[in-house]
Design a protein around this ligand. Structure first.
Ligand code: ADP
Ligand code: MG
Ligand code: MG
Length: 207
């Protein structure tokens, strides 16, 4: 079974709930190696998205993803806002005007999202950013078989490992890079939020 516009809306609502739940955790992670605002930035963006989904629910998956993109770009701020905004914008473009997304479309959308983040932020694996969570997620989604839920679950599992892999890394991109060696020993907040978003999408798809 494919993933309709309403399913994408439900996935984004689930993501908003998870972001709100983990707001303090993301603030703490960003406090250690950044400026302590990632949790609040993400919460602000996803709260704005919730209200837009209420008032103007779009009728195709691509339009829902585009609304997420424009909302996050204009409300999250910081480094993460434009990066997540670009990710959703590229994902939207990748799925075209299909009424339902199958697992291949979801895998393609994730690949496009990663390509957008890399084009915008120029980070590579090992730089201690969200790219360290999203890259293995894209690979896992491409190799996964079965349903949309199974594809997203494989992506979320891989993102969790990718987020954990950032702990010993020395940051080479973003604010954390200003700390040099002192950035080691902490998980990257953006890698963690990427993991949380993918887990929320997977859980929503399984319902
Ligand atoms: P800011 O650093 O401007 O306060 P946030 O705290 O909201 O923004 O987001 C920080 C996160 O953004 C980092 O944890 C990292 O994952 C991600 N990030 C920063 N710079 C880059 C980049 N060039 N490429 C990919 N991700 C990045
Ligand atoms: Mg920050
Ligand atoms: Mg900031």
């Amino acid at each position: 079974m494919g993933c309709t516009a309403a399913d994408v809306v439900a996935a984004l609502r689930a993501a908003a709930a998870v972001v709100q739940e983990h707001r303090d955790e993301l603030v703490r992670l960003d406090q250690a190696i950044g400026d302590a605002d990632h949790g609040e930035n993400m919460k602000r963006g996803f709260t704005a998205l919730l209200s837009r989904l209420d008032t103007e629910p779009p009728d195709t998956p691509a339009k829902v993803l585009k609304l997420a993109a424009t909302t996050l770009i204009s409300t999250v701020g910081g480094a993460a806002g434009p990066l997540y905004g670009t990710a959703f914008l590229r994902a939207s473009a990748a799925v075209g005007d299909a009424a339902e997304l199958d697992r291949d479309a979801v895998a393609r959308a994730l690949q496009a999202a990663l390509d957008g983040v890399v084009a915008r932020g120029k980070a590579v694996v090992g730089d201690k950013t969200m790219v360290d969570a999203l890259t293995p997620a894209v690979t896992a989604a491409a190799c996964a078989e079965g349903t949309v839920a199974a594809t997203l679950s494989a992506a979320a599992d891989a993102a969790a490992e990718g987020a954990s892999s950032t702990v010993p890394m020395v940051a080479r991109k973003g604010r954390a890079s200003y700390l040099g060696e002192r950035s080691a020993g902490h998980m990257d907040p953006g890698a963690r939020s990427t993991e949380l978003l993918l887990r929320a999408f997977a859980d929503a798809a399984a319902k």
